[in-house]
Design a protein. Structure first.
Length: 95
């Protein structure tokens, strides 16, 4: 789990991650407020602010791994899947 967190932090493309979050949110028919209110981090009762979700969707803010995990769960996807979509693509080099 710790290696997964470090890998996420070092390699994630925040713009792509934001676009994926927005696409999933819109597909589920959720407003920013509805998504934000459905997110609980570390079993705490407070919700994420909708303006934070908006900043994430525009690629202007990054999420900590616990928040990313909570967002993924709220959107009905696996956190690993959400991370995988936002990883930079490296073209293969042919010899």
């Amino acid at each position: 789990m710790e290696a997964e967190k470090d890998y996420y932090k070092d390699t994630i493309n925040t713009l792509i991650l934001g676009r994926v979050v927005k696409k999933l949110r819109v597909k589920k028919g959720l407003t920013l407020r509805q998504l934000a209110n459905s997110i609980r981090v570390d079993d705490k009762e407070r919700a994420i602010d909708p303006s934070f979700i908006s900043l994430v969707e525009r690629g202007e803010r990054t999420m900590s791994y616990p928040v990313l995990k909570a967002v993924a769960i709220a959107l009905g996807v696996e956190p690993k899947w959400l991370i995988a979509l936002a990883l930079p693509v490296h073209p293969t080099v042919r010899s």
